[in-house]
Design a protein around this ligand. Structure first.
Ligand code: NAD
Ligand code: MG
Length: 363
């Protein structure tokens, strides 16, 4: 079983990755004797709750099952979780367990961050996206009608348990959406990992346990290094901070805004955004056109979209990207590639090349 460490001084924690971990008693040893609460959603509860419940001997009062979906990441639901924690008298030395995808992880993490000024929590991610991205790094929060993830806290988990077996029940589209973020890590930080993904794509698409665990391990490793360097996303451009993790995301957010959240999964929009970032990097002469093509081919072979919605124009992109939080002092900052495996956050690029990329993808 590969285990990793996120290195954050006294807030360091392990990430355990492997098949069948949910029912692995030795893993849960660390929580024995503690007062525990678990939050999950209906989809995950039907499939995977029993394994965790029996491994931890949780009774019904200790489990809260929410409806699935992004709407649960709200201030109101976070409030109702606080009510439940108080009513069931979770003590300050108790621990909250998040069993589910990024929605449950973000909501439960935020609930743990604010309950009695902060209690421990454990991430048990069950989507590929949450196993490679949202469960690691300590960003927690809920949405506000005026913006996604606008209310939140940095609160690191004390442990992450990524059971690759849970991915077998994940809808195909959700699996591919997570794969887009895996490809992102290769493109932004490790050319050899991108080659590895290219060679093992079929294994990843069929959820071969060894290849899947390896993809998650390498993704988490990369995120862990970047988070250790820049826990609160405060590093300036060019210093290798968390902003690098947004490769493809400015284009993706423009697509999500245009399509309306929900029609395109985040990872699907990221997949297209990665193609656009690679294309622009090639037009700027920073990477070879062949390298950009390799990225687009890999994304296409995965079954992920490589083109934005058909009705989207360059103007739509420019308008929506100007709303993106990565605009600093009126200049659009993008994460671009100096080479495959070497991303940079920069506002220093020729805007006419961006116009060409937008024309090309909206054509
Ligand atoms: P999700 O939590 O909504 O899960 C997707 C769907 O899959 C849901 O219907 C869920 O019930 C279902 N599901 C989960 N696990 C399953 C399984 N094993 N088998 C069958 N069905 C299963 O979505 P997500 O993509 O995991 O997470 C998206 C959220 O993550 C967004 O709210 C996003 O803002 C957040 N996010 C947070 C961070 C961070 O750093 N905190 C990073 C990226 C994304
Ligand atoms: Mg993302």
């Amino acid at each position: 079983m590969p285990s990793l460490h996120v290195d954050l001084g006294h807030r360091s924690y392990p990430i355990h990755i492997g098949a069948g971990l949910l029912s692995d008693g030795s893993l849960w040893q660390a929580l024995r004797g503690r007062s525990l609460r678990l939050i999950t959603d209906e989809h995950v509860a039907a499939l995977h709750l029993d394994a965790v419940r029996s491994a931890l001997a949780l009774d019904d009062d200790a489990v809260r099952v929410l409806p699935p979906g992004e709407a649960q990441k709200s201030w109101e639901v976070a409030g109702s979780v606080q009510d439940w924690l108080l009513q069931t008298r979770l003590a300050r030395d108790g621990c909250l367990i998040a069993l589910g995808g990024g929605v449950i992880g973000d909501l439960a993490g935020f609930s743990a961050a604010i309950y009695q000024r902060g209690v421990d929590f454990v991430q048990v991610p069950t989507t590929l996206l949450s196993q490679v991205d949202s469960s690691v790094g300590g960003k927690t929060g809920v949405n506000h009608p005026l913006g996604k993830n606008m209310i939140g806290a940095f609160h690191q988990p004390i442990m992450v348990v990524a059971d690759t077996g849970t991915l077998r029940t994940l809808p195909r589209r959700e699996l591919l959406a997570g794969l887009a973020e895996v490809i992102k890590y290769g493109m932004l930080g490790d050319a050899s990992f991108l080659d590895w993904i290219t060679h093992h794509l079929d294994d990843l698409l069929t959820l071969d346990p060894v290849a899947t665990a390896e993809a998650i391990r390498r993704s988490c490793e990369m995120k862990a290094v970047i988070v250790a360097r820049d826990e609160r996303e405060s590093l300036a451009d060019g210093k290798g901070g968390r902003a690098l993790l947004n490769l493809g995301h400015t284009f993706a957010h423009a697509i999500e805004t245009h399509a309306g959240y929900g029609d395109w999964l985040h990872g699907e929009a990221v997949a297209t955004g990665l193609c656009m970032a690679a294309d622009l990097s090639a037009r700027l002469g920073w990477i070879d056109a062949d390298d950009a093509r390799r990225c687009v081919d890999l994304i296409a072979r995965s079954g992920l979209p490589t083109k934005p919605p058909g009705d989207m124009t360059p103007q739509d992109f420019l308008h929506n990207m100007a709303l993106d939080k990565k605009v600093a002092a009126g200049r659009l900052r993008l994460v671009l590639l100096r080479a495959i495996g070497d991303a940079v956050v920069t506002a220093d690029f020729d805007p006419s090349r961006l116009a060409e990329t937008l024309e090309h993808f909206c054509g």
